[in-house]
Design a protein around this ligand. Structure first.
Ligand code: E4P
Length: 220
């Protein structure tokens, strides 16, 4: 299962990149708009910091412009994944870029039919927006389950990446439902490590070990 953080904040990326199991960084136009540098510079900096894939989402309107925008970004990324918005133009751009050997992701996926089209267009990844589906009163988990099932039945190689995740338990659900990847805000990522019982247990072990060593010292 691949793990990504969904951020362009360089401090967060530096901290997360210290963990060797991080597979890369995903971004989107909203995330990049919070930075004060041009997107290509931000993406190039992220690429320097991360030993993994860097995802960039195009914001052009036509397939041709999406392809040009993608190729410009690919020039500054070692292991690029180009995110394309679901739709006719995005699918055509996905097909063309995938044929050129560039990893693509169809994003803004809210239905199984969209996920099927993305797989047929050659997308390496597809992003169902779990949290935003839940917000509308439907089940994002059910959507993941159905897409995973259809991909298995149809033997599509496209990987499902759970996106728009809102809490640590979402990550567990994605793992159980068969998503091959997850992307999450830094806050969720850093929260995955922690459990109060781990802290209590660790303090107890440290305390007992210290007392044991002091006892041995006093006997020698
Ligand atoms: C994924 O591709 C998106 O960048 C992201 O997961 C969207 O999350 P949000 O719904 O919390 O904005």
């Amino acid at each position: 299962m691949e793990f990504y953080i969904d951020t362009a904040d360089l401090k967060e990326i530096k901290s997360a990149a210290e963990l060797s199991i991080l597979d890369g960084v995903t971004t989107n136009p909203t995330i990049l708009s919070k930075q004060n540098l041009p997107p290509k510079e931000v993406i190039a900096e992220i690429n320097e910091m991360v030993n993994g894939k860097v995802w960039y989402q195009v914001s052009s309107d036509t397939a041709q412009d999406m392809i040009s925008e993608a190729l410009e970004m690919v020039s500054v990324i070692s292991r690029p994944v180009i995110k394309l918005p679901m739709g006719l133009e995005g699918l055509n751009a996905c097909h063309a870029l995938s044929k050129e050997g560039i990893d693509t992701n169809m994003t803004l996926i809210f239905s199984v039919s969209q996920a099927i089209l993305a797989a047929k267009a050659g997308a390496a990844y597809v992003s169902p927006y779990v949290g935003r589906v839940n917000d509308t009163g439907w089940s994002g988990y059910q959507l993941i389950k159905e897409i995973v099932s259809v991909y298995e039945t149809q033997k599509f190689n496209t990987k499902v990446i759970g996106a728009s995740l809102r809490g640590t338990h979402d990550i567990v659900e994605m793992a159980m439902l068969g998503a091959r990847a997850v992307t999450m805000p830094y806050k969720i990522f850093s929260g995955l490590f922690h459990h109060p019982m781990t802290d209590i247990g660790r303090n107890q072990f440290n305390h007992d070990w210290k007392e044991y060593k002091e006892k041995l010292m006093s006997q020698s």
